[in-house]
Design a protein around this ligand. Structure first.
Ligand SMILES: Nc1ncnc2c1ncn2[C@@H]1O[C@H](COP(=O)(O)OP(=O)(O)OP(=O)(O)O)[C@@H](O)[C@H]1O
Length: 354
């Protein structure tokens, strides 16, 4: 990893409320890589929005430091924060557009605040509306647009002052899956074509899967996992991450499914292979094929595409002479052992149980 563009160092944030202090973040240390798309995932109340507000200086940490592009902004005044605000664009779940203004004026708004000349403003807004595919809607109002189009206006506005960092706080949570895919594709273009560092805050693993290079998992104000998306998807350490993953990756069979699989595969040994690279799994199956006397069938699971490859969870039914089946189960253990730290491939039911 290169130099982090944002460095969060032992940050805690406590809010004083009438019913007592609320610790929104507890000793969080986290780096965001410049030029990457990073995601922060967590359930409601995990501390995601608080983290975003610390990055753009809307909140100050109770302790610890927030360093943006080498500058500690933790104790900055409003005046000191001004240049940072134009360098960090922000998009929101509810779009936050000005309904009484045209699309053009919404996008031009930050440029007016930054006192751009009329000519520069016009050129920039024209360029941005073309980039987000809304040139023909410049003179309409937000209430005439669909949710996806409104978010595109939000994105154009966020990019107006040419920020190098874009914070997207639940930017697709109000959108249907198809529209979400369009907005995520746009965020990828912003990252790839404009070189903008994108930080996506979400409670949806599907958003992480489809665009994030890196992911950090927050729970109850604690950072419980951080790393490359591929690594975390292949080796989820915490139960929370596993739960998030189970929403998108083929799950391990539950007790009822296991019962059904046993009924449908009498005499077979069922082996569960968690979160393994699809290519490694394919190679392992080819090896099993060479054992000759073992027949195998994938009876449960699924494969997902993540940045840089495919990962899957599989349950395999093995049948044949017991010693060969044991050997085959061992081979599956070996590939999963490469994939997960605890080598947690398990034989969930052996042929002898039936
Ligand atoms: N200004 C505030 N005053 C008091 N408590 C706050 C404030 N902001 C956040 N909190 C509390 O801090 C905790 C973390 O909130 P935060 O909004 O950061 O979580 P989140 O992960 O973004 O959740 P959500 O997705 O629901 O917004 C919650 O318990 C919340 O009630």
């Amino acid at each position: 990893m290169g130099d982090p563009i944002i460095h969060i160092d032992h940050v805690s944030k406590t809010f004083q409320t009438r019913s007592g202090p609320v610790q929104a973040l507890d000793d969080v240390s986290l780096d965001f890589e410049g030029g990457a798309i990073s995601a922060v995932i967590g359930q409601s109340g995990a501390g995601k929005s608080t983290l975003v507000r610390l990055i753009n200086g809307l909140e100050q940490p109770t302790s610890g430091t927030v360093v943006v592009k080498g500058t500690d902004i933790s104790r900055f005044t409003e005046r000191q924060l001004r240049p940072l605000r134009t360098d960090i664009g922000m998009i929101f779940q509810q779009f936050n557009l000005l309904n009484s203004r045209t699309i053009y004026d919404n996008v031009a708004y930050p440029l007016k605040l930054a006192r751009w000349s009329k000519a520069d403003e016009r050129a920039r807004v024209t360029e941005l509306l073309s980039f987000v595919g809304l040139t023909d809607r410049a003179w309409t109002h937000p209430d005439q647009l669909s949710g996806g189009q409104k978010q595109r206006v939000g994105i154009a506005r966020a990019l107006a002052t040419r920020p190098t960092i874009l914070l997207a706080d639940e930017s697709t949570s109000a959108l249907d899956p198809e529209t979400t895919a369009g907005v995520l594709a746009l965020l990828q273009r912003i990252n790839a074509e404009l070189g903008v560092t994108v930080i996506v805050i979400t409670h949806e693993m599907e958003v992480v899967r489809s665009i994030a290079d890196q992911v950090s998992v927050l729970e109850g104000g604690h950072l419980i996992e951080t790393g490359s998306t591929r690594e975390i998807f292949a080796r989820p350490k915490s139960e929370t991450t596993q739960r998030f993953l189970s929403t998108i990756i083929g799950q391990h069979p539950g007790p009822d499914e296991l019962e059904r699989l046993r009924r449908e595969n009498p005499g077979a040994t069922l082996v569960d292979v968690p979160s393994v690279e699809a290519s490694a799994f394919g190679n392992a199956l080819a090896e099993l094929g060479r054992l000759g006397r073992v027949s195998f069938k994938i009876v449960h699971g699924g494969v997902i595409e993540v940045r840089g490859g495919a990962l899957g969870n599989y349950t395999v039914a093995l049948s044949g002479p017991p010693e060969d089946v044991a050997k085959a189960a061992h081979q599956l253990n070996v590939i999963a052992g490469d994939a997960v730290d605890d080598g947690s491939t398990r034989t969930v039911t052996s042929g002898e149980d039936n």
